[in-house]
Ligand binder design. Structure first.
Ligand SMILES: [Zn+2]
Length: 124
């Protein structure tokens, strides 16, 4: 089985394989799917997994004109503008799907339409 197929399979079952801010491979999500054995297999091929995820991100960004805020700190997916993402007080970006009422209560800030996004032109 190729790596892409393995990751696709894990994700369909609720597993999360992503890169953290430091570029390390992170495994999370459904614990029944992301068992110790599965994580061990992935980490044994960490270099390969990292290269795959980086390529996947680049391809995702290249295939759209929609602007992105970055990556969700929880699920690792691309966070698009207008999708209800918020930034937590600790600085993590969380997509609308992963955001919980407790995050909003804790003081997260919406990143859409508040002038928080980086302007590409006309900033002066
Ligand atoms: Zn998310």
């Amino acid at each position: 089985m190729r790596l892409g197929q393995i990751l696709e399979h894990l994700r369909e079952s609720g597993g999360v394989v992503t890169l953290d801010a430091a570029g390390r491979v992170r495994c999370a999500g459904n614990a029944a799917v992301m068992s110790e054995a599965v994580v061990q297999v992935l980490m044994a091929r960490e270099e390969e997994v990292r290269a795959y995820l980086q390529e996947e991100r680049a391809a995702t960004l290249a295939g759209t004109t929609t602007r992105s805020h970055g990556w969700c700190a929880r699920c690792g997916r691309v966070v698009w503008e207008g999708m209800g993402a918020e930034r937590l007080p600790v600085g993590d970006l969380v997509c609308g799907d992963c955001l919980g009422p407790w995050d909003i209560e804790a003081g997260s800030v919406p990143v859409d339409g508040s002038g928080d996004t980086t302007r590409l032109e006309g900033s002066r």
